[in-house]
Design a binder for this molecule. Structure first.
Ligand SMILES: [Zn+2]
Length: 77
């Protein structure tokens, strides 16, 4: 068995968009991954802090089109 941690029930998380499972947190060498508990091939966040926001964005059925936080801004004065 893998050491998964359940996400607290009072925290909103999207279900896995592929299989509908509630995600869990896996700890690897002090880093945290939000992932599907059933399938290694389903979406996982990058190892680091518990990035539920990223999980939620990637598992929304209706993804926003190309909206990222990295659009170039040339507003330097
Ligand atoms: Zn899944």
């Amino acid at each position: 068995m893998k050491g998964f941690t359940q996400i607290q029930g009072n925290i909103f998380v999207e279900p896995c968009k592929d299989c509908g499972e509630r995600p869990v947190v896996e700890q690897q060498k002090g880093l945290f991954i939000v992932r599907c508990p059933k399938h290694d091939s389903h979406y996982q966040t990058k190892p680091g802090f518990v990035d539920i926001n990223d999980w939620n964005l990637k598992n929304k059925v209706h993804t926003s089109l190309g909206a990222t936080d990295t659009k170039p801004s040339k507003e330097a004065s």
